[in-house]
Ligand binder design. Structure first.
Ligand SMILES: [Zn+2]
Ligand SMILES: [Zn+2]
Length: 287
């Protein structure tokens, strides 16, 4: 099945609503399709099962038994509407004989009981274009419900709903992730591996990197389904405090701390400003 247009927001008002009931096309359908982030980003052809109405085969959608056909309604002469007199006024009304269809079926088809359509679960193959996001709709023209008495079918809208991912959060075409780094790598610099949707890549960490710093990996995001521009991957590094330290390891940290304390060089870029701020806060409270 070819997909038609992709709709980002609310799709436009349906067609149909024709004045004459017998021409009314079948209803549009919406199908909620759950997708993994990987499938949404790369695109995929998926099979879906849609409960719907399809044109009745034995009567070819006409509703009339094979070999017979619907006759023009004699009450309304095929117009579907009749004029009724109410006092001085002529009022248009839906024909009571044919319920506005303009036709009367003398011997209805037994498969569809004269409806021209039957309930059926259709299996369809949907091509998901790469880059779709939650809320995007793919229109499959004519794959909605078949209309009654051979009227044209509606459309099927497949609405994408992308599941949460373990690692990545998507915002537009950018991907976000958090990557833990060790205390030592953050202080001295180094190289870490970060995940992308295409596998791991190396990321250079400059020395003196603070926790929460965001690194941008250009072009490692999602390719837009509309503009084909490619987003970035934003990696936030989070400093991990070492746990399960042995006595020796703890001693080394204490030694380091002591040495840094005695040093005349500033080692904590935020500390001075922070404690100045705290002091000012309490001073302001007192005054
Ligand atoms: Zn009629
Ligand atoms: Zn039939």
């Amino acid at each position: 099945q070819e997909f038609g247009d992709i709709f980002g927001a609310i799709f436009g008002g349906g067609r149909g609503g024709g004045r004459q009931q017998r021409q009314q096309r079948g209803s549009d359908l919406r199908y909620n399709l759950e997708l993994s982030l990987e499938d949404a980003v790369r695109g995929k052809t998926l099979e879906i099962k849609v409960p719907t109405f399809v044109s009745c085969e034995p009567c070819d959608g006409s509703g009339a038994k094979k070999g017979t056909s619907a006759k023009s309604c004699t009450t309304c002469h095929g117009h579907g509407q009749v004029q009724m007199r109410q006092g001085l006024f002529a009022v248009q009304q839906t024909c009571p004989t044919c319920s506005g269809k303009g036709k009367v079926i003398a011997s209805p088809c037994t498969s569809c009981r004269g409806q021209g359509r039957v309930e059926k679960t259709k299996t369809l193959s949907v091509k998901i274009p790469p880059g779709v996001d939650t809320g995007d709709r793919i229109r499959l023209s004519g794959e909605g419900e078949a209309g009654e008495h051979g009227a044209p079918a509606g459309d099927l809208y497949v609405q994408a709903n992308v599941r949460d991912h373990k690692i990545f959060v998507r915002d537009e075409n950018n991907l976000y992730c958090e990557v833990p780094i060790s205390f030592t790598t953050a202080a001295l610099g180094g190289e870490i591996e970060v995940p992308t949707l295409e596998g791991k890549v190396k990321l250079k960490i400059p020395k003196e990197t603070q926790t929460g710093k965001m690194f941008r990996l250009r072009g490692k995001g999602v390719k837009s389904v509309r503009s084909h521009s490619i987003g970035d991957l934003m990696c936030k590094v989070v400093l991990e405090t070492p746990v399960n330290l042995s006595g020796d390891q703890a001693d080394l940290l204490r030694q380091l701390d002591e040495k840094m304390g005695k040093s005349t060089i500033k080692h904590s870029p935020k500390e001075t400003g922070f404690f100045d701020g705290v002091k000012k806060f309490f001073d302001d409270l007192k005054s």
